[in-house]
Ligand binder design. Sequence first.
Ligand SMILES: NC(=O)c1ccc[n+]([C@@H]2O[C@H](COP(=O)([O-])OP(=O)(O)OC[C@H]3O[C@@H](n4cnc5c(N)ncnc54)[C@H](O)[C@@H]3O)[C@@H](O)[C@H]2O)c1
Length: 353
Amino acid sequence: MKFNVAVLGAGVGTQHADIIASQPDSFRLSHLCDLDLDRAAKAASASPDCILTTDLDAVLDSPDVDIVDICLPPHLHFDVAIRALRSGKHVIAEKPYVGSLAETRLIAEAVKATDKQVFPVFQYRYGPGYRQLRALMDSGLAGTPYAIALETHWQRGTAYYAAPWRGTWAGEMGGTVLSHAIHIHNLAEHIAGPAMEVNALLDTTVMGNETEDTAAIGWRASSGALVSSSITVGAAGNASRLRACFSGLTAESSDQPYRIAEGKWTFTATDPERQSEVDAVVQATPDGPIRFAGYFADIAAKLNGRPDEFLPDLNEATQSIALVTAIYASDRFGKRIKLPLPQDHPMYGGWKP
Ligand SMILES: NC(=O)c1ccc[n+]([C@@H]2O[C@H](COP(=O)([O-])OP(=O)(O)OC[C@H]3O[C@@H](n4cnc5c(N)ncnc54)[C@H](O)[C@@H]3O)[C@@H](O)[C@H]2O)c1
């Protein structure tokens, strides 16, 4: 079956629209909605019959739309997702998919009531490096994860923060924890299981915005692995990196920001005599579509009842929001935070100060 997709927002929505156009057996870009019609037209340039509009309500009401793809600023995600579900659409939701644990519960209830699906965007896993690590984990060669170190050392300046919603609690709903490191944090949780207890220090030293731009975070994953994450937008250049020490091997990702799973990863056996077994698994791991192409291919598989590769589900999205909440809570209250958070936790309804 082929699905009509309406993309809302023409920033990263441009990349979504290009991928939709490149998978014509599965998707058709029916609408591109943005307050800036010129931007919408550029974003939809690969789909000449796409309707360009500024009217979000008309898109949500249109019977021709099967999937609403939300690429709007974060403060709009929850309301638009709920309205889209109630209009009988599936939803693709850019990160952060909602702004609180309470909202994750309301989305789950709406999914149940409408029998529609919500697909949270986590595209870092779609690339050869991650596929090789997953194959090594599935083969048993990786073994127990002990420690994972994450770096999100990016450079962002005043031009980036000129968009009025960025760097604010009302618009972005968070800073670099919510916007930049959320993908690599999701990848670490995908590898080692959800965070169970969290310690965090956040700061605003680089930009002086309302929301954090630098962080040092540590957490214990459900597998027992200890994860540390260093984040700043004040680096020279842009690098993201994941280094995971398992009992059987140490994996190190490429340092390509946004594309961490794509560059060359290295896998070093703890016991040098087993390096050839590790290398054999890496060499035998098949390629697949990368980044958003892999993610959208997985959505098409899921909606058509075929097995997906590793499509992120709502549980993962909720874990991601739980980790974000715990990070803000740890910094704000100066405490180690245990997960899951109870519904009467002061930040269950959101982390905005
Ligand atoms: N997955 C990723 O790698 C990735 C990368 C970048 C951004 N994002 C996420 O995507 C979202 C958008 O970020 P961006 O960088 O594209 O922002 P952006 O500001 O470049 O684009 C957002 C667009 O939404 C439009 N818009 C705002 N309100 C609207 C409304 N009511 N109706 C119609 N259009 C409206 C704006 O005109 C703007 O063109 C954010 O949540 C961000 O975190 C994800």
